[in-house]
Design a protein around this ligand. Structure first.
Ligand code: SF4
Length: 352
């Protein structure tokens, strides 16, 4: 049975909506960014949840669109000296940890994640200290300092295997920070887990009752769900998985209609993968709805053409720096996951 951590960080400082650019401004910024990427020996790496024009620009300029870990690995292996990471802060930190000799820039350093904000290192560390007999496993959506406090970092594509492995060795686990993903893994593995009580403001908003109504209207649609969603939503899924796994499921399921419970930014790559299918966002409305996110992360939405341009023109206020001692500690828990994956010949793909 799970035990609970104290609830931390239930109120988040939400960013304002980014300023919309005119069509002409978008064209102008894109042209300038393309020149600056060459001039500055930089490559644009974007997350699946960023806006479609950012993902398209990354692809057009030889960059990459992926989940958080693949973003960091692409950046590490690319020859460019500078990485522009369009995503949220922990993604920039992971890129810097894996590639300390490169300059890592972010369009918006203030772009964060409710899982990261809701898991401050001091409180999380105190929680871990209360249970010294447990192995600390954290999700990639955490600060570098929390990763350094952990024994293992996991992504949603490999979390099940790692927890199963630890359970088979008789280990008891502290899981943080996403309570829904943790519960999903606990249900699947029956491991002894204590949960930190964080959540993703995008996935936590999906509503099972409204989803049932939507399925009744579209009985031929398959439901794809990211496991950061509540259990009641996961139970209605035809496929549950990380961002990359959901894109794959969209391709392989025979259904022509898909109801998708994750950030709608994923539609850009999903539509590329299966252009003949119709995609619909799972409902965030209904009983108890607050529409804090409406299926699109407000921090991912901070990434815009103008801020990418600004980062390329002047790096100050855009560069990610990770304390070398913290980075060293975080690299140990990241490497543990990567080594485990290599041994098991599993592909590690990321999460949100
Ligand atoms: S979508 Fe959720 S998990 Fe991803 S960055 Fe936004 S708040 Fe964090």
């Amino acid at each position: 049975m799970s035990q609970l951590s104290p609830l931390v960080g239930s109120a988040y400082p939400f960013p304002g909506k980014p300023v919309q650019l005119s069509v002409q401004e978008q064209i102008d910024y894109k042209a300038k960014i393309k020149n600056l990427l060459i001039e500055k020996d930089a490559v644009l790496v974007a997350h699946y949840y960023t806006d479609p024009e950012i993902q398209a620009l990354a692809e057009e300029t030889g960059g990459y669109v992926a989940d958080s870990l693949e973003m960091a690995r692409f950046g590490r292996d690319h020859k460019a000296k500078t990485l522009i990471i369009a995503g949220v802060r922990f993604m920039g930190e992971t890129a810097k940890i894996l590639t300390p000799h490169k300059t890592v820039l972010m369009p918006e350093l203030e772009a964060t994640c409710s899982l990261d904000v809701g898991c401050p290192v001091d409180e999380f560390s105190a929680f871990c200290d209360q249970h010294p007999d447990r192995v600390v496993v954290v999700y990639a959506n955490t600060s570098a300092a929390v990763k350094a406090r952990a024994d293992w970092v996991v992504t949603s594509s490999i979390a099940l295997e790692i927890v199963e492995h630890l359970d088979s060795e008789g280990k008891k686990i502290i899981w943080g920070p996403d309570r829904h993903l943790g519960s999903y893994i606990e249900r699947k593995t029956k491991a002894d887990m204590i949960m930190w009580q964080g959540d993703c403001i995008v996935h936590d908003e999906f509503k099972a009752s409204a989803l049932r109504d939507m399925k009744a209207v579209h009985p031929d649609a398959a439901v794809l769900v990211h496991p950061e969603s509540p259990e009641s939503v996961v139970q209605l899924a035809d496929a549950v998985g990380s961002t990359s796994q959901l894109i794959k499921a969209a391709q392989t399921l025979p259904n022509k209609k898909l109801i998708v419970a994750t950030d709608t930014g994923i539609f850009y790559k999903m539509q590329q993968a299966c252009p003949d299918k119709e995609m619909m966002a799972a409902p965030t409305a209904g009983n108890g709805a607050t529409c804090r996110s409406c299926a699109h992360c407000p921090w991912m939405a901070m990434n815009g053409l103008k801020s990418i341009y600004n980062a390329l023109v002047d790096a100050s206020g855009h560069e990610i720096d990770v304390d070398p001692n913290v980075a060293k500690g975080a690299l140990v828990s990241l490497d543990r996951m990567l080594d485990f994956a290599a041994e098991q010949q599993l592909k590690v793909q990321g999460n949100a």
